[in-house]
Design a protein around this ligand. Structure first.
Ligand code: HEC
Length: 224
């Protein structure tokens, strides 16, 4: 409705009816619906905008950057609705992803940085018995360490906040990449080493690791 003209306000209200009825034919003409040219309803515009916004959010959240080797780590999420068991993730795929945590120090191809970060490619610590690499991953390492005949003496952080399957996957990845051909590490081995070393508060030294290696395996004692 148009605002009343100032002069209209001076007249008693019943005179307004005269003005309205006078204009009725014109108003009617203006509002006459035209076939085929209905304007888009506002609710429809908002619905489409909301749908596009949701689509953008969904892609941003679940696209995994459109990388082909991404998978959903959360157990059972994809299949929870049909009640089937979660498909087993490929440890090499998960391990490669987790290796992003190690890469800054040990480098993309496990070559390390001479004098600072030891190599994982061709390292006897990596490809030896699986318990040793799991010990290093769970509690870290410090002090002088010899890798492929070269000495290193820096600190390696602990990764015990990672879950057993994550430790197993990254250990499996480093044991099976860049020319390393050691056997995969099982989740059970990680669980057993974690249990056997749960009292440990310090990172491993080379001497500690050698001693642990010689002890009758706690892992064997745990029935693995
Ligand atoms: C902040 C740097 C840093 C990060 C991150 C790091 N490391 Fe290390 N890592 C080291 C250092 C330094 C040593 C040697 C420790 C020493 O001198 O006592 C080492 C030693 C090792 C060793 C034994 C020595 C060898 O070269 O084989 C392994 C195995 C290893 N790291 C694996 C990993 C894995 C797997 C990750 C990722 C989950 C990782 N590290 C993350 C710095 C790092």
């Amino acid at each position: 409705m148009m605002d009343p003209h100032p002069s209209d306000l001076a007249h008693p209200p019943n005179e307004d009816h005269g003005v309205i009825s006078l204009h009725a034919p014109i108003v009617h003409e203006l509002e006459d619906p035209r076939d085929g040219f209905e304007p888009t309803p506002m609710w429809w515009v908002f619905a489409v905008m909301a749908l596009l916004g949701w689509g953008g959010w969904y892609l941003g959240t679940y696209s995994g950057n459109f990388q082909p080797d991404v998978y959903d780590e959360r157990p059972g999420v994809a299949t929870a609705s049909v009640g089937a068991p979660a498909p087993q993730a490929d440890p090499m795929v998960l391990g490669k992803r987790l290796y992003a945590n190690c890469q800054a120090c040990h480098q993309a191809a496990g070559e390390g940085v001479e004098g600072t970060y030891p190599p994982l490619r061709g390292s006897e610590w990596v490809t030896g018995d699986p318990e040793t690499v799991v010990r290093i991953l769970l509690h870290g390492a410090q002090g002088s360490m010899e890798v492929q005949g070269k000495a290193y003496n820096q600190a390696m952080p602990a990764w015990k906040h990672l879950k057993d399957d994550q430790i197993a996957a990254v250990a499996t990845y480093v044991r099976g990449s860049w020319g390393n051909t050691a056997a995969p590490v099982s989740v059970e081995t990680v669980a057993a080493v974690r249990a056997a070393t749960s009292g440990r508060t310090q990172p491993w030294t080379m001497a500690d690791l050698k001693r642990a290696r010689q002890e009758p395996s706690q892992v064997a004692a745990a029935g693995i």
